[in-house]
Structures are given as C-alpha cells and as structure tokens.
Design a protein around this ligand. Sequence first.
Ligand SMILES: *Cc1c(COP(=O)(O)O)cnc(C)c1O
Length: 350
Amino acid sequence: MNYFRPTIALMEGYTPGEQPKPGTPIIKLNTNENPYPPSPLALEVLRNLDSEWLRRYPDPYSRDFCSAVSAALGVPKDWIIVTNGSDDLLNILIRSCAEGKERKVVYPMPSYVLYRTLSALQSAEAIEVDYPQDYQLPIDRLVAAGGAVTLIATPNSPSGHIVPLEDLRTLAREVSGILAIDEAYVDFADYSALSLVEEFDNVIILRTLSKGYSLAGLRLGFGIANPKLLSGLFKVKDSYNVDAIAILVGTAAMEDQDHKNSCAEKVKRSRFLLKKDLEQIGFAVRDSQGNFLLVTPPNNKAETIYQYLKENNILVRYFNLPGLNDKLRITVGTGEQNKKLLQSLDCFIY
Ligand SMILES: *Cc1c(COP(=O)(O)O)cnc(C)c1O
C-alpha cells in the first residue's frame, strides 16, 4: 500500500540547515541569520502582547504590516501580499502558476534549492539553467525554457552575486510568464529591483524579515506586485497564513528601518573584513552582496573543514552538489564570531 501520490513517494524532501537550540554553545554560520538582535521596538511589542490578539483570528491581509511596508518602501498598500516567510510566498506562487510539463518552473543554478522541491511538490517540470563560471545571467536560455514562473534570487545564494538591473529588465520583457525576483538578501546589497514592478505587469519582488530584520524565527515575508498579479495569489494563500504575533512584531520591526539599516551596515563591514582575512589564509572568496561568503579553501579541503569546524562548535554550510562540493558558504557573524572562526581555521594554514 502506498499512501502517497507517486510524485511525493519518489521525490527527495528539502534538507534544511542544522538548527541547534538557542543557548547551545555553537557559533551558527550556516543559515544566514543576522547575528544582531531584532529591533528593540519589536521586542517591546512582543512583551506587551494583549491576549485578545491571540483569542481572535488574525487579519487575513495583515493590513497593519502592509501599511508599515508601504511607508518604508513607498509602494501602495494594495500592491503587497504578506506570507509566512518568503518560503510560503514561493509555495503560493508555484502552486498558483505551475503544473506538469505545460507550465514549467525555470531558474538558474546554483541557487535556492527550495525552488526544486516546491516544483516537485506541484508536479511541475523544473528547468534548471546552469550559471556560467562568471555568474552572468543566462538570459537567452532562461527565456527559451519558457517558464510559467521564472525565479531569480538576487543577491543569489550561495554565490552572493547580484544580478544587474538591466539583465532583469531584459528578462522581464522577454519571458512569457511571471518573473519572480527573490530579494531575501537585499538589505545587504547595493541596489534593489523594486522599481521593475512598476515597469512590468509580470514582475513580483519577494522579501523577507528573516535576514535583514533578524526575525527568521518569526516567519514573515511579503511580495510586491500589481494588484492584478496578486489577485491570483490571494486565491491560493491560506486565509490565516500569518499569525497575529508575526503581524504585530513584524509591523514594529518594519517601522524601525534605522535599526535594520544600522545592523546591515555592521554586517557589511564585517563581510569586507572577513573576506580579507580568509583570503590572507589562502581561501578564494567571491565578492558577496549578501550576509554570507562563498569560499573555496585550498587543497580541496571544504568537507574536511566543515567537519572539523562542526566538531569545534562552529556550523557553516557545505553543499554536496556539483560545482559546490569544494566550497563552503559561511554566514557573516559578529566581529567576535568571525575572529573565533579564523582562530579555528589556524590549523589549516600551511
Ligand atoms: C532565506 C531565503 C529565503 C527564505 O526566507 P524565509 O522568509 O525565511 O522563508 C528565500 N529565498 C532565499 C534565496 C533565501 O536565502
């Protein structure tokens, strides 16, 4: 007896990064969390939570949060959809648009592996277009793949590169379906593609509070697109996909742009220093516009170093995937965490 749809029985599930309990003596540089605490104003909202908010169902449209996004980013309130992390929005998007061989999901690789998992869940064909060595966006091949949804993470993980606006503009013009621009790391980047939602009916921008706002545990993300595009997604979204606590706390965090910006500045400064220090000990380090670095240790030692660091209570990300298995993705930590990382790497210098 097989309980599951053939697609589910045959597919691989997504493998999340390791998540040890808070309080364990671990330096966690494996899932790109922000090393600094969330906005104190957001934490105050959490401490003063009125139980009435929990007794009732939450606002299905998270309108208070939409107002805060509207004020922070200068987009109209009805151009925003709020979700349970941006993973929820990716799921909604693929469920809304993709199916079988006729309505494909297209994205460059390497990128966020969840795109593959969500496509498989939907039984939608996924076309993975390899990035070239220099990470130029392979526009022609992406267009030729004919996706109902084309997904571009920028800054991309794990490479850390940002896609030039002009390339996204060309892609938006030429793809037949929706272009979803996943800006999970935009708070650490030099620019955003947000303006493209005004230029193109088929563009949606995905954002999250997990990275820039230090709220990965809250699970809050949102999308920005014209109301007509959003109307399809609203049919698919669970009515109460975002809980009352996330709406309240997330609204306060969104209103505190100063806190987010000052933490992002600290991360960017540390990113610069960590890159320099790792290069000093012989690692090849790509430029990054995210809060992480993709590094190639000398002598093909990536997996050895991953294991060694883990035994020494430092978690980094190792991907056993083609083109990545000689590399590590290291989240930029606080100055002190980065120093400890470098000290632990001492024994690999020769
Ligand atoms: C972290 C990440 C997300 C998911 O963020 P959540 O809002 O926590 O679900 C989406 N896309 C990319 C590329 C990410 O790295």
